[in-house]
Write a protein that binds this ligand. Structure first.
Ligand code: BGC
Length: 754
């Protein structure tokens, strides 16, 4: 079938009810349906997110191991750690070009779920524990991919923060926590980048399957955020298509057989489903097909495989985080001064781990390993010892590897040890079994460090690991799962050809017991309670004063930065308030480097619990030695707000706010206070509003004040007043001796709200 343009309304009007119902489910595993008789082609949608996984025809259904070669870019964990939106946008453009060149209409990504626990098996596919970072990186990816005329699927909407029981667990999350933590990254991407599709998650939210969640799919996504695209189900997430359509889901994927389509036809005929609802979904499916046609019709698009590999290398280097770099013999151990006396230890140096398992798995166009890259860059046949087996195989093998590594390390000048999580630890479909690295690897590191003080550890993992051994290493480079060019990127960083510039987009905790979700993860009896509320990631560690190994936002490079002139001033008020923030950053070292300037906000006077600090803006600034730059940010009302659970809206509470500027959530370099004129915090009064809520109300206050001051009112001392403050007016009126009767109260309620 060709790719001639068609008119959506025209086609819609020509469709039978059966054809309409059919269009809202997939044709097969990877295609949505078209309408052959009307010249509407079927579209291909495929994974995502960090590379194209286009299954070869005739392969197994999941096609995990047999897709066409595509550039395996760094995983989202690494892209998030770049904090570099321009670069990520370029990665998006490259992903879009590959999608287009392979005649795929929609790439199934990016994923912007918040990392609630480091143990989530799919964290490597997600960006950050912070909604601003996740949202900004998500916007850049969607903009980049869609600039090529192909679509994205923002996933997995929403509250899909674990893999354990993901297909039926109910995430129990209060609205404030959803609004402040789990929804804003989706909101940012939808409102700023309009992804062609949003993918609904498998799980339930507060008892209702997300695929049937009207509030989530329609009220929030469309009515509030003005989403214009199509909602597609995660593969197999629909269990009642009529309920799903009614809730706002447009396309069930993959093919589900004729039964769900027939159920839709029957529901319309029986008057149980408004045909207009079905028409809306069909219109969105047709619109998706129509907007995909120009790219599909272009038979000439090609991919520059070498250029994409180079971009993957640049991005992998930008996402790696130098956690520590201590001096040995008077100078920091990194960058390495060439290959002389260098020993490479660790199986991961020659057998790289560069992506996670599951639906995101790409067949790379080529694969760099760090050992080959280091040897090439130093023109030295560097000695190598595997040091351990990745599988933790027979103990005898590990012992022999370890002994050989120690022997070689005795005479080496510097040892680079490549450690990481074994592949099966990080996958879609289940969560991680542990926070730490396998014992056999740690044993090798410790044995090597015992005979050589110049040890550099390079880590390969897609989510934070505990590092109880970190004092044994002079330097630690967290390289994440860096995609197909991760190995050469690591060589670039170790040798100083490229300066490290990544920053942690997730805190590295000391122990699993310290993490926010501990005790409420992975849930039990089909329910996972988000008991930590808004205190997720650094919001938890900082507010509770819990020590971490490395804080959110942390990352070193081969130079240093100074901050000066941190300023903030508030303009306007209430919903129109803005805070202008500026700071000057100077490269105070003698090598070029990039700093990530982070702006945090705190509301120390809030009447609800608010995190000690929350990231609201950031900028990555590249500076030559001695160079300075003044960076400016404008925060808006939303950046100062919290979601008021009673009023069910964002509120800026007036008072003093503290704006902190720094290099991590624990490395604040300057701060400024601003006075903010807030918004009124009262809502409608009811009989069940407390006396304090009555008193705070501009009309209700004087009405109830008059009652409390009347001669019949009980004598009031401080204790009594404090007790009464929290008493609902209705309970007060129900006391026989009260000066207020329930009938009078009803009158006051009416007057107050009039
Ligand atoms: C995953 C999605 C993926 C889809 C198609 C699902 O199991 O959760 O992220 O896009 O499969 O492979």
């Amino acid at each position: 079938m060709g790719y001639a343009p068609f008119d959506v309304e025209h086609v819609l009007a020509a469709l039978t009810l059966k054809e309409k119902a059919a269009l809202t489910s997939g044709r097969d595993f990877w295609h949505a349906k078209g309408v052959e008789r009307l010249g509407v082609p079927a579209l291909m949608l495929t994974d995502g997110p960090h590379g194209l996984r286009k299954q070869r025809s005739g392969a197994d259904h999941l096609g995990l191991f047999d897709s066409v070669p595509a550039t395996c870019f760094p995983t989202a964990a690494a892209l998030g750690s770049t904090w570099e939106v321009d670069l990520v946008r370029r990665v998006g453009e490259a992903l879009g070009r590959e999608t287009r060149a392979h005649d795929v209409a929609v790439l199934l990504g990016p994923g912007v779920n918040i990392k609630r626990t480091p143990l989530c098996g799919r964290n490597f596919e997600y960006v950050s524990e912070d909604p601003v970072v996740a949202g900004e990186i998500g916007v850049a990816l969607v903009d980049g991919i869609q600039s090529q005329g192909v679509g994205t699927s923002l996933k997995h909407y929403a509250a899909n923060n674990q893999e354990t029981d993901r297909m039926r667990v109910s995430a129990e999350v209060d609205e404030r926590t959803l609004r402040e933590i789990y929804l804003p990254a989706f909101e940012r991407v939808v409102t700023r980048a309009q992804p062609w599709t949003v993918m609904c998650a498998y799980n339930k939210l507060n008892g209702t399957f997300v695929s049937e969640h009207h509030w989530l799919l329609t009220e929030v996504l469309r009515d509030e955020w003005a989403f214009e695209g199509l909602v597609v189900s995660d593969w197999g997430a629909v269990h009642d298509r009529v309920a799903a359509l009614d809730a706002g889901l447009d396309l069930q994927m993959p093919a589900a057989g004729p039964r769900p389509d027939e159920a839709v036809v029957d529901a319309v005929r029986a008057g149980m489903l408004d045909e207009a609802v079905l028409d809306t979904a069909v219109r969105r499916v047709l619109h998706l097909i129509a907007r995909a046609l120009p790219a599909l019709a272009d038979a000439d698009s090609t991919v520059d495989v070498d250029a994409h590999h180079a971009l993957a290398r640049e991005a992998a280097a930008a996402g790696a985080v130098l956690l520590k770099n201590d001096p040995v013999d008077g100078a920091p151990v990194l960058p390495l001064d060439g290959g002389d006396g260098l020993l490479v230890v660790g199986e991961f140096a020659r057998t790289p781990r560069y992506q996670g398992a599951g639906s995101s798995q790409v067949v790379p166009t080529r694969l760099d390993d760090a050992l080959t890259a280091l040897r090439a860059a130093t023109s030295t046949d560097l000695p190598f010892e595997p040091g351990f087996t990745i599988s933790g195989g027979p103990t005898g093998d590990d012992d022999a590897h370890r002994a050989a590594a120690v022997e070689a390390a005795r005479t080496a000048r510097t040892v680079v040890v490549f450690l990481g999580l074994p592949g099966p630890d990080e996958s879609e479909g289940y969560d991680r079994p542990r926070l730490g690295l396998p014992d056999n690897q740690v044993a090798t590191l410790e044995a090597v460090a015992a005979v050589n003080p110049r040890v550099v550890v390079v880590l390969a993992n897609g989510s934070a690991v505990s590092l109880p051994w970190r004092d044994r290493a002079a330097a630690v480079l967290e390289a994440w799962l860096g995609g197909q060019a991760g190995g050469s990127a690591v060589a670039d960083l170790l040798l100083g050809t490229v300066a490290p510039s990544g920053r942690l987009a997730e805190s590295i905790p000391l122990r699993i017991e310290d993490t926010p979700a501990f005790g409420n993860f992975p849930g039990e009896g089909g329910i996972v309670r988000y008991g930590e509320g808004v205190l997720v990631g650094y919001r938890w560690y900082d507010t509770r004063g819990v020590d971490v190994a490395y804080p959110f936002g942390h990352g070193l490079t081969y130079t240093t930065f100074g901050y000066s002139d941190v300023r903030a001033r508030a303009l306007g008020e209430g919903a129109d308030v803005r805070v202008e923030v500026s700071a000057t950053v100077t490269n105070t070292g003698d090598r070029p480097g990039a700093e990530v300037v982070q702006v945090y906000v705190r509301d120390p006077e809030a009447s609800v619990l608010r995190p000690t600090r929350e990231l609201k803006a950031f900028a990555k600034v590249a500076l030559a030695p001695g160079e300075s730059q003044t960076v400016t940010f404008t925060l808006d009302a939303r950046d100062l707000s919290y979601w008021h659970p009673g009023l069910r809206r964002w509120v800026v509470e007036g008072g003093t706010f503290v704006v902190e500027v720094g290099a991590s959530s624990r490395d604040v370099r300057g701060s400024a206070s601003v006075e903010v004129v807030g918004q009124p915090l009262w809502g409608e009064l009811t009989a069940w509003s407390t006396l304090a809520e009555w008193m705070a109300h501009p009309v209700g206050g004087s009405l109830i004040g008059a009652v409390l001051a009347s001669d019949d009112a009980p004598p009031m001392d401080e204790t009594m007043a404090a007790m009464l403050a929290q008493t609902p007016a209705r309970v007060f009126a129900d006391f026989g001796l009260s000066p207020l009767t329930p009938e009078q109260l009803d009158v006051l309620v009416e007057k107050a709200n009039a």
